[in-house]
Write a protein that binds this ligand. Structure first.
Ligand code: FES
Length: 157
């Protein structure tokens, strides 16, 4: 879907800016808001680029740099922290060979920290794109990442 299509879908309304930005980011194969897309959006919706960037930078879910197909967000708030979020972080770093804020060389995964995901009852918790995972331990997270890799390699066959 093009930026124009997305803006039209949300009826060119300024109050839909966050939904529009979210969809533009999701439609980009590298999961981010590119300079070109922001400029196109600015023209379509008639909001200055600086205002769009100002709004998007307020929210941690938006990125201005290219990211992987799967964004892994590890909750770092207190309940998850107390129940082992750091172990989960380390397990993911070791498994994927990346640090927080980095993307794997194959462009598949980006690792990020985040505040509470609203699913504290299943701490420690993470989100991978729009999917939530809870009650994690090193083994469980390893299996989840393996399953995603397997699915992706099948898709590429
Ligand atoms: S503290 Fe981690 S999901 Fe709420």
């Amino acid at each position: 879907m093009t930026v124009k299509d997305i803006v039209n879908k949300y009826k060119n309304k300024r109050e839909n800016l966050l939904l529009i930005l979210h969809e533009i980011q999701n439609c980009h194969p590298q999961n981010y808001l590119s300079k070109e897309d922001i400029e196109l959006l600015s023209k379509e919706i008639k909001i200055p680029v600086s205002d769009i960037v100002g709004t998007a930078s307020f929210y941690s879910m938006f990125s201005f740099t290219p990211r992987g197909k799967y964004i892994i967000r590890v909750c770092e708030s207190l309940p998850c922290h107390l129940l082992g979020a750091q172990t989960i972080f380390k397990a993911i770093e070791t498994k994927l060979g990346i640090k927080e804020g980095e993307t794997t060389k194959d462009g598949l995964f980006t690792l990020e920290g985040t505040s509470c995901l609203g699913i504290c009852s299943v701490a420690p918790a993470i989100m991978i794109n729009d999917e939530a995972y809870g009650n994690l331990d090193e083994e469980k997270i390893g299996k989840i990442l393996d399953q995603i890799r397997e699915k992706e390699s099948k898709n590429n066959d």
